[in-house]
Design a protein around this ligand. Structure first.
Ligand code: FS2
Ligand code: SF4
Length: 549
């Protein structure tokens, strides 16, 4: 096994032992590599089919995206799922190959092993060991190929959520196929690979825009909301992850049952949507970012539903093991998986029945937090914000979007938020917010000093807000705005958010708590020289640097 796709990778070099830092076993890590390899094989034939005017079937495109999604950090730990997906991938590959041939495509040039290998499940483990990340020997080529693939995983995750709501764009699927195939091409120069990375960023913007449209057209625009963080007296179900369609289904199915619904981690922003706020049994948010689940699922007492990552393997003596459910692309051996029915619906009745037998959650904190500052809401407040900037009441905005994580060095973000001068405002999205969203940072003339736009994909909102401010101030370049970027990353959705920002021309992004291990020294140098990317330093030095002191 060799995996270096996330921020917590061993020694900031790569997980290469029997189990990764995230708890992913060697077997699962290798099978994930083989699945990606099979998807590349599908892509080679899809491109040929497209040359002849054909397109993959809807279920084939969805399979591609959900397979990429399943390999994201902390999404799916279930070996059986990957074995089944690999088998299905080879079937799809061969079906598309047959359709491309029938359409008259010349397939004589498609000779790569991933397009022809046809092993049985008994041979997957051995094969998987030969097709991993290290199969690309040149470290710079490997770095750029993996940067592209990690970005694609993010695109696929967001694309899957949009798809669940009926929103799709074939150009995004076609790009994913092109990019996966390109990662096999030994003839590509470094410049061409850098261009591929940038193009991935473009599709990152497109897919986040698509998901924003899907979420807001279906559930309304997020609005300023006070979210309760305590606990009620009814039994509850805790829902985590990012999928709003699952959120809606759970709220509908729990209505009138005496069971309350609480969000965890990245599902917190569901509280900001008009379509969800109307449910009186939607209690609020319980707990913090993903990595605190081992304690928080114990005290919650009721069932937990994961709609996506981030899952943490439970301790051997965890009492909640039997009350955790997964759905969609995520999974964990021993957790019950809720499948989608043929008509697209999901039946959560087993979770609801279990909840009725559980005790109410133990309150671990109390009070309320405020969020819902996605683009529509902030743009509605634009006059107030612009006046505050013009009058000097707001000196600077800090985009502190991204992920949270377990490592001690992430305390930096709490300390940084505390140390920021009182005339600054934090714009956040993603689970990074839990490092500072409960601090008493106050407001500036009624504008809270932490504006939460939503989930990590709602970083798109932050971009829209920045572009609106640029226009309002009559500026040419988004980099002329009083906005600094101090972003925390953990998994591959943060990679696509970063690539999207780079594609939009945002410069001088600080990325922490460590720079990705998958950036080779030469690739890191390109990012530093072209985009001014930097790591983080001490809180004191960084505040001085950002504030120009
Ligand atoms: Fe946080 Fe985990 Fe949002 Fe990431 S809950 S690190 O999945 O995608 O962010
Ligand atoms: Fe290691 Fe991260 Fe890969 Fe898990 S996802 S094996 S922690 S690099």
């Amino acid at each position: 096994m060799f995996c270096y796709q996330c921020q917590e990778t061993a020694m900031n070099k790569g997980c290469s032992m029997k189990v990764g830092v995230c708890g992913k076993t060697e077997e699962v890590a290798n099978l994930q590599d083989l699945l990606i390899y099979a998807l590349k094989g599908i892509s080679l034939y899809s491109l040929k089919l497209r040359e002849k005017g054909g397109v993959p079937e809807e279920d084939e495109k969805r399979f591609m995206f959900e397979s990429l999604f399943a390999t994201i950090t902390n999404a799916n730990f279930d070996k059986d799922v990957f074995v089944k997906r690999i088998t299905r991938a080879f079937e799809i590959r061969d079906a598309i190959k047959a359709r491309a041939a029938a359409a008259g495509a010349d397939l004589s040039g498609v000779t790569h092993d991933c397009a022809i290998w046809n092993g049985t499940p008994a041979e997957y483990d051995a094969k998987a060991e030969t097709v991993g990340v290290l199969a690309t020997e040149n470290e710079d080529v490997r770095s750029l190929r993996e940067l592209t693939i990690y970005g694609l995983k993010g695109v696929a995750a967001y694309g899957s959520h949009a798809y669940h709501l009926g929103y799709k764009d074939d150009e995004i699927f076609a790009f994913a196929e092109k990019a996966l195939a390109a990662t096999l091409d030994d003839g590509m120069s470094a410049d061409q690979l850098v261009a591929l990375v940038m193009e991935t960023g473009k599709f990152g913007v497109d897919v986040m825009a698509l998901l924003d449209k899907a979420n807001t057209e279906t559930y309304g625009n997020p609005e300023i909301t006070s979210v309760k963080i305590g606990a009620g007296t009814n039994p509850g179900i805790l829902i985590s992850g990012h999928d709003l369609r699952d959120m809606e289904a759970l709220l509908k199915q729990t209505e009138g049952t005496g069971v309350d619904v609480y969000t965890h981690s990245e599902m917190l922003p569901a509280n900001y949507y008009p379509a969800f706020k109307k449910y009186s049994h939607f209690y609020g948010n319980y707990g913090n970012a993903w990595w605190k689940q081992k304690e928080e699922f114990e005290s919650f007492n009721g069932p937990v539903l994961f709609t996506t990552n981030c899952i943490v393997p439970p301790k051997a003596d965890a009492t909640y093991r039997d009350r955790v459910f997964t759905t969609g692309a995520c999974g964990f051996p021993g957790f019950k998986h809720i499948e989608e029915a043929a008509d697209g619906s999901k039946d959560f009745s087993e979770i609801i029945e279990l909840a009725k037998k559980c005790a109410a959650p133990v309150e671990i904190e109390s009070g309320e937090i405020v969020g819902g500052f996605a683009h529509n809401q902030v743009i509605a407040l634009a006059d107030k914000v612009i006046d505050a900037v013009k009058s000097g009441a707001i000196k600077k905005f800090f985009v502190m979007a991204g992920c949270d994580g377990r490592m001690k060095n992430r305390e930096y973000y709490t300390e940084f938020a505390k140390a920021l001068p009182n005339d600054t405002v934090i714009l956040t999205a993603g689970c990074a917010k839990y490092r500072y969203n409960k601090l008493p940072l106050g407001d500036i003339g009624g504008i809270p000093r932490v504006l939460d736009a939503g989930q990590c994909n709602d970083s798109y909102s932050l971009v829209k807000i920045a572009l609106a401010l640029k226009d309002a101030f009559g500026l040419e370049d988004v980099n002329e705005l009083p906005i600094a970027y101090n972003i925390a990353w953990y998994e591959q959705k943060a990679v696509i958010v970063l690539l999207a920002l780079l594609y939009l021309g945002v410069k001088n992004i600080h990325l922490g708590p460590t720079l990705p291990a998958f950036l080779s020294p030469n690739v890191a140098k390109v990012l530093v020289e072209t985009f001014g990317i930097a790591g983080i330093g001490t809180v004191e030095d960084d505040i001085k640097l950002f504030m120009g002191m």
